[in-house]
Design a binder for this molecule. Structure first.
Ligand code: ADP
Ligand code: ADP
Length: 237
């Protein structure tokens, strides 16, 4: 469960990106966060895994106070939260499988990561994650040979391999064409339903948000202005 209580975030430059946010997200929900550019969507999700720190209020994940985590605890904490970006953030010149393994096996030495000498168990875990997003056949292909949609699915497999309970996605389909965007959204939906992973997704396509998410959170100028089931949203809005 993710809980924001009176959370505010002011950046060092004086911009207030979140104002008195109160929000509870239960395990297994599929939530879309919608709002104009600059509304605070990205700040909201990046506070959850402490890529950004909050300035005021209380933020807990599974009853752990996110602000109080020391650096060692933060590393453990972040392993249960997968993060997906608009730009995929993959290492394009190595294989798909190595991308999945490099970040999901944190205890590996730098040398083993560099040479790709993974254990059989690691490889099986990576291949299973690729299978879940339908790109097992690309395991030994270099990432720069793949389409954008395939690359986003590699990023998704990479987070699955770390066995997360939450996936945060910051505009994951913004750079994809409409057909490919739906393929990737289908993956998010399947992962959410079949694996009981909470999915929080920032998305500026309201139509996709309504089609895929169970709950819509609207944010404007750092404040929550709408929160309800997607089935309640007037399609004309
Ligand atoms: P969205 O994701 O909805 O586009 P953001 O969370 O990125 O919104 O931004 C919210 C506000 O905070 C904007 O005014 C933006 O310019 C500002 N902002 C975002 N990131 C930073 C940062 N790292 N430092 C200072 N201001 C920031
Ligand atoms: P803190 O108050 O703990 O520095 P911030 O939210 O300001 O928290 O920053 C969190 C992280 O985001 C830091 O690692 C910082 O380097 C990074 N960061 C801050 N501003 C920017 C920016 N404009 N662009 C990219 N990263 C940023």
């Amino acid at each position: 469960m993710i809980k924001f209580e009176n959370v505010s975030k002011k950046y060092p430059n004086g911009v207030t990106a979140l104002k008195d946010v109160n929000l509870t997200i239960e395990q297994g929900e599929f939530v879309a966060i919608i709002g104009l550019s600059g509304a605070g969507k990205s700040t909201l999700i990046r506070c959850i895994n402490r890529m950004h720190s909050i300035s005021d209020g209380t933020l807990t994940v599974d009853n752990e106070d996110v602000t109080a985590l020391g650096s060692k605890e933060l590393r453990r904490f972040r392993r249960k939260i997968g993060m997906i970006f608009q730009s995929f953030n993959l290492v394009t010149r190595i294989s798909v499988l190595n991308n999945v393994l490099v970040s999901s096996v944190p205890e590996l030495s730098f040398w083993r990561k560099l040479t790709g000498s993974f254990t059989k168990e690691d490889k099986i875990r990576g291949l299973e994650a690729l299978d879940k997003v339908g790109i097992l056949d690309k395991a030994y292909t270099r990432v720069d040979q793949l389409s954008g949609g395939q690359q986003q699915r590699v990023a998704l497999a990479r987070t699955l391999a770390q066995n997360p309970s939450i996936i945060l996605a910051d505009e994951p389909v913004a750079s994809l064409d409409p057909v490919t965007a739906k393929v990737v959204m289908d993956d998010f939906k399947r992962i959410n339903k079949e694996m009981d992973i909470s999915v929080l997704i920032n998305i500026h396509h309201v139509d996709l948000a309504l089609e895929y998410a169970d709950r819509i959170i609207g944010i404007a100028k750092g404040e929550i202005v709408y929160d309800g089931p997607s089935s309640d949203v007037d399609q004309e809005v």
